[in-house]
Ligand binder design. Structure first.
Ligand code: AMP
Length: 218
């Protein structure tokens, strides 16, 4: 199966779509945001730097992401395909990612660009809740994605929390970062002929249907 990558503004639903693909196709879901959130818990210089940068909505230094991506993709479970979510986030990372893929003998696979209006994004960002144990994602502003019991994970019973950067102020910075740094990579993948544009303004199930139609074809 082809590898899968997402390009999407914050809270466009890339994490949720990655979860849905994982559930159906059993591919490992590699989220740089999740890996960095674990590092941010460490009481160390790097842990503090990552925590502060993430809370501000800015991107952490590229060099930090390269090693963690290469290490993660080198693991056995990625041999039959993987989903990468949150990386690359700028053109330098996209160029480095091409090198990492070549080194490991992988192809970029299908790249999904999630197009979505800012109005929908703001609604999603304030409603998003995440399980502190298994990272499952919910949305209290979307009936299909709300947890059955308030603040409790349907999957593992863990406690749900709101990410520190899921507020409108941090969202503005993250969205500006997306437009300035991440959007330029769209052209990089369009040129490689691997880009699929998805209308992500719909409910999560409909977005998944569009993505799955493409995945199941190749
Ligand atoms: P996400 O969970 O993908 O929304 O990422 C949350 C935050 O983690 C971002 O706002 C950045 O601060 C940081 N982050 C995630 N992936 C990257 C990356 N590839 N490069 C730099 N910073 C990242």
């Amino acid at each position: 199966m082809k590898n899968i990558m997402f390009i999407a503004p914050p809270a466009a639903g890339k994490g949720t779509q990655a979860e849905m693909i994982t559930a159906k196709y059993k591919l490992p879901h590699i989220s740089t945001g999740d890996i960095l959130r674990e590092i941010a818990k460490e009481d160390s210089e790097i842990g503090n730097y990552v925590a502060e940068t993430m809370a501000s909505g800015k991107l952490v230094k590229d060099e930090i992401t390269y090693q963690l991506i290469e290490d993660r993709l080198s693991r056995e479970d990625c041999k039959n395909g993987f989903i990468i979510d949150g990386f690359p986030r700028n053109l330098d990372q996209a160029v480095e990612y091409d090198k990492i893929l070549a080194k490991l003998g992988y192809e970029v696979g299908n790249v999904f660009l999630l197009n979505i209006s800012t109005k929908t994004l703001e609604k999603r960002i304030t409603g998003r809740r995440v399980c502190e144990d298994c990272n499952a994602i919910y949305n209290i502003n979307d009936t299909a994605k709300a947890p059955q019991v308030e603040s409790v994970c349907d999957k593992c019973g863990g406690k749900l929390y709101q990410r520190k950067d899921d507020n409108l102020e941090s969202f503005q910075t993250r969205f500006a970062m997306y437009q300035e740094k991440t959007e330029p990579i769209i052209e990089h993948y369009r040129k490689q002929n691997v880009l699929h544009e998805i209308d992500s303004n719909h409910e999560f199930d409909e977005v998944f249907r569009q993505i799955d139609e493409i995945i199941s074809k190749n």
